[in-house]
Write a protein that binds this ligand. Structure first.
Ligand code: ZN
Ligand code: ZN
Ligand code: ZN
Ligand code: ZN
Length: 471
């Protein structure tokens, strides 16, 4: 006996469910194929495009959105690469004062709260979310032979291959790591650094700053040979954060040495491990050792993947421990140098400020940046904080004045040196933006300028004069 009244309400639901499932599956395969079509690396590109779209929308629309501004305030501004992105945009004269305003508001608030660290950069958060979505799409499409084949043929960079392998089932993880090891054993492709380190859209913009650091290396050596305090005095007199300066200069010195040292002083294998951004920076230096240092990093990846395979195919595999091993951030000697240089320069700052004469001189200098005050050690000299507080107060006035003069009704007022705060502010807010160096172009007021800038007054010109005396 048939019971149509039972089958009727259930069958359409089942059919719809299957149809929905198939439609979702087709969409995933379509998305995965689209991601892989664009070449190396599907996941990096998705992250970059998402960040770029977010920043584009920020420039045209969302900078006025209260929620977006709240996130920017909580982060005390954008990260250095995204700040550089905005500084290079045509919106610089009118938008950057608003970005600096948010960074100052958030930074000041965090300084007043103990042990509070800035939230992550909102553009980076958006990029990371897109990156995770792209990884999830590829993972769900791995059972499609064409998708798996593309992944095995290095359509995804090595760090993202590792991320995929850690989340994939055992068979796919073994296939992916085996293919990656085969690529590592083979000849180096043209896109080697892109594959080893992932793409880095900020990398082509950093060498220009590194050229500035190049010029400082012999000067530092000369001062250092004369006396430690000679070097300190020279650093403190520059129009930039002395802690950022020391960190970036030391890292650049390390990378330059790693690419050029020859003979017995050549870097040993255990000294050449680099994180993705520093691998990009090293590749841009193009020294005689660049190929061998990159090869050392290939070998390190090969060893990691081999060990990972051993861990996941062991008799009683602990997949979680194996994944933790694979995804652990590898040691970077350039980052270690950066950290050590920061500690040593901070200790020197603390010691120098105990000397009343040097403490008075430092009152007229640039001082430390907000980033270091927010993320540096608790032992930082209180005097350095006091000087930063004074600098930030003046910066706040300049930012407010620049924003006030953006109003059409103030067009009869002369545009003064305060408008150059758009490019000067990063040295005080986050010295990493200019690789620890002074701002390049502090010269002329920006936007709607008919008059000559007023005579050199105020903090910006004090810093500029200090620089001119030094160079
Ligand atoms: Zn990637
Ligand atoms: Zn960012
Ligand atoms: Zn700094
Ligand atoms: Zn590094």
């Amino acid at each position: 006996m048939t019971r149509p009244y039972l089958s009727k309400p259930t069958r359409p639901w089942l059919t719809r469910s299957r149809a929905d499932h198939e439609e979702a599956r087709e969409r995933i395969l379509r998305d995965a194929a689209r991601l892989l079509r664009g070449g190396l690396c599907a996941v990096c590109r998705e992250r970059e495009e998402s960040e770029s779209r977010w920043l584009g929308y920020f420039i045209t629309e969302s900078h006025t959105d209260e929620g977006v501004r709240a996130r920017l305030v909580a982060a005390a501004g954008f990260c250095p690469p995204h700040t550089r992105h905005l500084l290079a945009d045509a919106s610089l004269p009118w938008l950057m004062p608003q970005v600096h305003d948010a960074a100052l508001t958030g930074g000041r608030r965090l300084l007043d709260q103990e042990r509070c660290r800035p939230a992550p950069c909102p553009a980076c958060v958006t990029g990371r979310a897109a990156e995770q979505r792209a990884l999830a799409t590829l993972l769900r499409a791995l059972d499609q032979p064409s998708i798996l084949q593309a992944v095995l043929e290095a359509a995804v960079c090595l760090p993202h291959t590792g991320a995929l392998a850690a989340q994939a089932d055992m068979a796919h993880a073994v296939q992916m790591t085996t293919a990656a090891r085969a690529h590592l054993d083979g000849p180096a492709p043209d896109y080697e650094v892109e594959w080893l380190a992932g793409s880095d859209p900020d990398a082509p913009h950093r060498p220009a700053w590194h050229t500035g650091l190049d010029a400082l290396l012999p000067t530092e050596t000369a001062h250092q040979r004369h006396s430690v305090l000679d070097r300190w005095d020279a650093d403190a007199a520059m129009a930039c954060c002395p802690l950022c300066l020391a960190q970036h200069r030391a890292t650049h010195r390390f990378l330059t040495w790693a690419t050029t040292a020859t003979g017995r002083g050549q870097p040993a294998r255990e000294e050449t491990g680099l994180c993705p951004p520093h691998l990009h920076d090293l590749a841009a230096l193009e020294g005689p050792n660049t190929t061998s240092v990159v090869q050392d990093n290939r070998d390190t990846w090969n060893r990691r993947l081999t060990r990972y395979q051993q861990l996941i195919t062991a008799h009683r595999p602990d997949r979680r421990a194996a994944n933790a091993y694979l995804l652990a951030i590898p040691r970077c000697n350039a980052c270690d140098t950066h950290v050590t240089a920061g500690h040593r320069q901070t200790a020197l700052l603390d010691a120098a400020l105990l000397d009343p004469t040097r403490a008075r001189t430092f009152e007229h200098a640039h001082g430390i940046c907000l980033h270091h005050a927010l993320t540096g050690p608790d032992t930082l000299a209180p005097h350095a904080y006091d000087i930063l507080t004074a600098r930030l107060a003046l910066l706040r006035w300049e930012v407010d004045e620049t924003l006030r003069k953006q109003d059409w009704h103030t067009r009869y007022e002369p545009r003064g040196n305060e408008t150059t705060v758009t490019v000067r502010a990063p040295t005080l807010l986050d010295g990493r933006v200019y690789a620890g160096l002074p701002a390049r172009d502090q010269g002329q007021p920006v936007a709607r300028v008919q008059e000559q800038a007023p005579d050199e007054q105020g903090f910006g010109s004090v810093c500029r004069r200090a620089m001119e005396q030094r160079h």
